[in-house]
Design a protein around this ligand. Sequence first.
Ligand code: SAM
Ligand code: SF4
Length: 329
Amino acid sequence: MLPRLIDGFGRVHNNLRISVTDRCNLRCTYCMPEEVTFLPRDELLTFEEIARIVRVAVKLGIDKLRLTGGEPLLRRNLDRLTAMLSAIPEIKDISLTTNGLLLSEQAKALHLAGLRRINVSLDTLRPEVFRHLTRRDGLDRILAGLESARTIGFHPIKLNAVILRGVNDEDIVPLVRFALENGFEMRFIEYMPIGAEPWERAKVFFAHEIMERIENEIGSLIPAPDYDPRSPAMEFCLADGSGRVGIIASVSRPFCHHCNRIRLTADGKLRNCLFALEEADLKSVLRNGGSDEDIAEVFRANVAAKWEGHEINTARFIKPLRTMHAIGG
Ligand code: SAM
Ligand code: SF4
């Protein structure tokens, strides 16, 4: 029996991204449709089911978790799940990706539950652009949430921004400045074809263009000395030592050949790629009395079947039926 999750291309998987809900309190245009039917509650994995899956996964080499969604802070008592997962000794790292709207209310409980690292999505500092991109209000609450998280002691706090040409590319420099002033780490993400709207390549603001903006207006970027080439984000330091910037260039520089991630959707499906067209139904295995070995077998088979990489840049690309909010970003 293979003790690790190794696919046909030799990639070892140690990173599990767990979506705890498909619900969201924003409606980001690049992520989800405006009108959406969410999963019925009994379709969601319970905390006990998630913890059981993770306890099996750690025996297969998973040691890194990220909680995501939808908006994970909408899942009631997320701190209880965080504490359950933090207590699993093999887990070396647990982090959260959130839109930050509910962070002020929950940051303390999450910190007490053992969470230390968070990524907060923030695409703009301009309220009107925020409203356009997210179809909702709430920028002030996110900024307040960031302040709470910083005061409570989360570290690092990373800010994620998806940049769409002609929509928020003017925010690149202000966002970097905001991050530097507040001790946050700025990360830019290339716009990927995984939302509800038809994807337009022309709207992708590419990594080299992001770098150019920063270098022209703030200062030179040098590769971070501790940069791990297997990480999806290219990591840079500002040459004057004032901070770091990461860029996730999923379109212009796919990192598939180093991919170590698998995803668990809120309704208990295992996906071996963000763009996977097939899923393995773990929830049915659990709810039909499957053993831990049965769960492990689903993991192994799902990872073994992983393709070499996404095909965004080819004519063969097929967009998955689920949009980002229902997969878990
Ligand atoms: N609601 C949380 C949030 O926004 O951080 C967690 C879930 S969200 C799906 C996770 C990440 O996916 C966010 O940083 C978001 O910006 C990113 N994302 C969503 N749609 C995307 C797209 N089409 N291209 C690139 N990133 C995307
Ligand atoms: Fe919600 Fe996050 Fe998707 Fe925005 S990116 S709609 S906040 S899940």
